[in-house]
Design a protein around this ligand. Structure first.
Ligand code: PFF
Length: 461
């Protein structure tokens, strides 16, 4: 059977543009707006940015193409996709465990992603109430500390975030996911453009441009290079079958290579623009610096906005942007598992997604308590390198440092060495040099680079 002629049971995107919006929605998230700017800040700016761009182009894009291609061919959730494609290609049915791993990883990531997404909702409302206007730096710190110190409050925001994810995903590909991304993504682009415009008008834009684009190689060490590599992975939502699942809903006519390049470029541009919206504001606020670490977004920035004219309004718009970005990524984290349960059990989407969201919500409580009651609870105290990590740090480190790279490695190896060449060529509709370049990238370049991230995550290098 030619997989690319049939629609799967979940339906498909109305057109290629909707797919691009959904995939960009998955890619653009807390990784772009929260993690990327502070990582760039800590690693000397421009040099880190260059390495990151290289990683996106050389490692990320080939794996992105692989995921979309496998998904569109199989037209189903990652677990069944690997099982079916392995059977078609004469490979071991054991490949389905790569699908299982992805579904599990998405479950775990969403459990803490939702807690941070909840902070973004809380901050949107606080900014809207004008709570940041004119606050001092230590007050901004106390405000964030107050949120982190209150489990009931954090649980409420986490619940709200998960409820939004459930309502969108349960409605299905067409009426849920597609509707959400066609509204949220254009809104996100407009908000980002407004924020960059504001930063240009009010902040120290030149200094931010220099900071982000002039490489200071002395500030980048091997650790920074590996961080850039790992982040390229996280930011493109690779390694867990999200893009594979979204690819399963891609109409047969659409060009995979073309859409993958657009997704990669848009995700990168959004990360850079997020930097250009944040750093100019940060640079003019007295007494703060770029390398503020993870607190950059929820501590430094509210203070910085609080000092600016119209900072009240733009602070609100900024956190609205973060919320939208987190929601459109959150939905892609639970879609593969939802699709699997629908396929496997014949359940309706509400039942499948409801059950998953409940489980994710429960696991999320571990992250909530990691910032207060369980801050010093280290479940793996007996494992050397993990001894001092609390629940949140374990889940975050385990997924980004280990599970995502393992999944990505498996996907690259499967697409490069095991999936039938003709099947891939037919799906990509190109037998030209571009196909050959892509194939060697997933065969050799991406797996080697990913193996490096993995070994680094394991502390071997
Ligand atoms: N790409 C998202 C971000 O940058 O925030 C996070 C993410 C979403 C990672 C989906 C992995 C994933 F499968």
């Amino acid at each position: 059977m030619r997989g690319n002629q049939t629609q799967g049971i979940h339906g498909e995107w109305s057109n290629a543009l909707v797919f691009v919006l959904a995939a960009v929605g998955s890619a653009v998230g807390l990784g772009n707006i929260w993690k990327f700017p502070y990582m760039a800040g800590e690693n000397g700016g421009g040099a880190f940015v260059l390495v990151y761009l290289l990683c996106i182009a050389v490692i990320g894009l080939p794996i992105l193409v692989a995921e979309i291609t496998l998904g569109r061919r199989a037209r189903c959730s990652p677990i069944h996709a690997f099982r079916n494609l392995a059977a078609q290609s004469g490979a071991s049915p054991g490949w389905r465990y790569i699908g299982w791993l992805g579904v599990f990883t998405g479950f775990v990531i969403l459990s803490f992603y939702s807690v941070v997404g909840g902070w973004a909702i809380a901050y949107t409302l606080r900014a809207g109430q004008g709570l940041f206007s004119g606050i001092a730096a230590d007050e901004a710190g106390a405000l964030f500390g107050g949120l982190l110190g209150s489990p009931p409050e954090m649980i409420a925001w986490h619940t709200l975030f998960m409820a939004a994810i459930l309502v969108i995903v349960a409605r299905g590909v067409h009426s849920g996911l597609e509707r959400a991304v066609t509204f949220l993504m254009p809104a996100l682009f407009v908000l980002l453009a407004m924020l960059v415009g504001y930063a240009m008008a009010i902040g120290d834009f030149d200094r931010a441009v220099t900071f982000l684009f002039r490489p200071d190689w002395s500030a980048l060490n091997a650790e920074g290079v590996l961080q850039a590599l790992g982040h390229a992975f996280f930011t493109l939502s690779l390694g867990i079958g999200c893009m594979l699942t979204y690819g399963a809903y891609l109409p047969a006519r659409a060009s995979i290579l073309g859409t993958a390049v657009v997704i990669g470029i848009t995700d990168t541009v959004v990360a850079l623009f997020a930097g250009l919206a944040i750093f100019p504001v940060v640079f003019v606020a007295p007494g703060v610096e770029a390398g503020a670490g993870p607190g950059l977004l929820f501590q430094t920035l509210p203070y910085a906005f609080g000092q600016m004219p119209a900072g009240h309004l733009f602070g609100f718009l900024f956190f609205l942007l973060v919320t939208f970005a987190a929601v459109t990524s959150g939905i892609s984290l639970v879609e593969p598992a939802t699709a699997y349960l629908v396929e496997r059990r014949g359940w309706g989407r509400w039942r499948a997604c409801g059950l998953l969201c409940l489980g994710i919500w429960l696991l999320g409580l571990g992250t909530v308590f990691s910032f207060n009651r369980w801050a010093d609870f280290t479940p793996l105290a007996f494992v050397g390198a993990l001894a001092d990590r609390n629940v949140f740090e374990l889940l975050d480190g385990l997924t980004s440092g280990l599970l995502l790279p393992i999944g990505g490695f498996g996907i690259a190896i499967f697409a490069g060495w095991f999936a039938a060449r003709e099947v891939l060529a037919e799906e990509l509709r190109t037998g030209s040099w571009r196909f050959v370049v892509w194939r060697w990238a997933v065969r050799v370049v991406s797996p080697v680079a990913v193996a490096l991230i993995l070994l680094h995550g394991l502390g071997v290098i």
